[in-house]
Design a protein around this ligand. Structure first.
Ligand code: PLP
Length: 425
């Protein structure tokens, strides 16, 4: 840690002080020999578990063949195989094409580039509390200024932000369903009065917000966005970087809303632990870009492609398990919500769930200190779990989709004891 502090900038944050020695399935061992249950999975990158044997086998076999080639110089099969798989897997029954990149931010950047090129329109509509990454454009689409955007301007100016359906803290002070989806009508109003639809290329939305606090909007919200896009020739981009790859018990979270977007971004768990991301879009949209207009040296690295091919297959087999374990998880956090005043809200779908801690259920004052204490308490007792939310008062559950029931339950016991401890303080 002393050397880390000397050579790595403090901005490149750590949420735990442990250094890892090895990991397996849902467990991490640190260099001091301590064992932890992992409910963070490297921020949702290990839906298939740590060191999934299928992924390891594919990667080690690929290492015997070739490592880097650059798809633009000498194409190779795993890139195309993965593109085909994702094109067919994307929501809806459209002909899709797929571009592979290295990170979520890059997938978002490319989705926006393509949307602007296809529509000839500049503006991207995004949401309060959204998180889309840390490169300039992705950061511009991201909601919270601290810490993501502070001091990093100028940002992309053709970005328009509007309230998300965060019903627990409605931006309009209304209550669902009596609100009649004011947040959707507000966008309609914006497009009638303040912003010409002719200037809007796309609406980018996380079907369930991740960094924003694991916010699950009502079905009518995502459906409403689809309708508005249809009415105005605007593309709908679903950012599934955190919510996709089976996390919610379906391959993509947007499927829970019966909505088909024109474009989807995927990353994180796509590589089963290796870095890879994808921008998926309808054929005519993706093909609107001039030859050479999209690319990158490492995009769709062969090792990452073969890992992703296995990870996608494995996730497909784990969807049922994710739904079953998701019910256990939902049951436990609902129980805790009833038992502990400090839990103001418990929400989620499948294994994408979170709790929001408040100092007072009436005022909903965020319990940030207590949240941090709860995370520390979990770590002390062998559970790695991380926070989220613009008010730093949410705790999110991101276990592997193949965690065994006992370990999930043991992790939840550690979590409940931490909540009990901070409630008593
Ligand atoms: C919804 C969403 N979009 C984009 C990103 C950015 O991904 P990356 O960190 O791989 O650039 C994240 C990362 O947390 C995310 O959750």
């Amino acid at each position: 840690m002393r050397l880390r502090e000397k050579y790595v900038p403090k901005a490149v944050y750590n949420v735990t002080p442990i250094f890892v020695a090895e990991s397996e399935k849902a467990l991490i061992k640190d260099v001091d020999g301590n064992e932890y249950i992992d409910f963070a999975t490297g921020i949702s990158c290990l839906n298939v578990g740590h060191r999934n044997p299928e992924v390891l086998k594919a990667v080690s076999e690929q290492m015997e063949r070739y490592l880097h080639l650059c798809f633009h110089v000498t194409p190779y099969e795993p890139y195309v195989e993965l593109a085909e798989k994702l094109a067919k897997l994307a929501p809806g029954s459209f002909d899709n094409k797929v571009m592979l990149v290295n990170s979520g931010a890059e997938a978002v950047e490319n989705a926006v580039k393509v949307a602007r090129r296809y529509t000839g329109r500049p503006t991207i509509m995004t949401f309060e509390y959204a998180f889309h990454g840390r490169t300039r454009l992705a950061m511009s689409l991201t909601g919270s200024v601290h810490p993501y955007k502070y001091g990093f301007g100028p940002l992309d100016f053709a970005v328009h932000r509007t309230p998300y359906a965060y019903c627990y803290r409605c931006s309009f002070g209304l209550k669902y369903p009596a609100c009649n989806m004011r947040c959707v009508e507000y966008i309609r109003d914006t497009l009638a009065v303040h912003l010409s639809p002719d200037d809007v290329a796309a609406i980018i939305v996380e079907p369930i917000q991740g960094e924003g606090g694991f916010i699950v909007p009502p079905k009518e919200f995502i459906l409403g966005l689809r309708t508005i896009c249809d009415e105005n020739g605007i593309l709908l981009i679903a950012d599934e970087i955190q919510s996709g790859m089976g996390r919610t018990g379906k391959m993509f979270a947007v499927e829970h809303f019966n909505v088909v977007p024109e474009m989807v971004t995927v990353a994180k768990s796509l590589g089963g632990g290796l870095p890879i991301a994808a921008t998926i879009g309808r054929r005519e949209i993706m093909d609107s870009v001039q030859v050479g207009g999209l690319g990158g040296t490492f995009g769709g690295n062969p090792l990452s492609c073969v890992a992703a091919l296995k990870a996608v297959d494995t996730v497909q087999q784990l969807l049922k398990n994710a739904r079953k374990l998701g019910e256990n998880l939902a049951g436990r956090i609902k129980e805790m919500h009833e038992k502990y005043e400090i839990i103001g809200d418990a929400r989620g779908i499948g294994l994408m769930a979170g709790v929001e801690l408040v100092a007072d259920r009436k005022t909903k004052k965020p319990a940030k200190e207590e949240r941090n204490q709860a995370l520390d308490e979990c770590l002390k007792n062998g559970l790695i779990i991380i926070g989220a939310g613009p008010y730093k008062n949410v705790i999110r559950f991101l276990p592997p989709l193949n965690i065994n029931e006992d370990l999930l339950s043991k992790g939840l016991d550690i979590f409940e004891n931490a909540i009990k401890a901070v409630s008593a303080r």
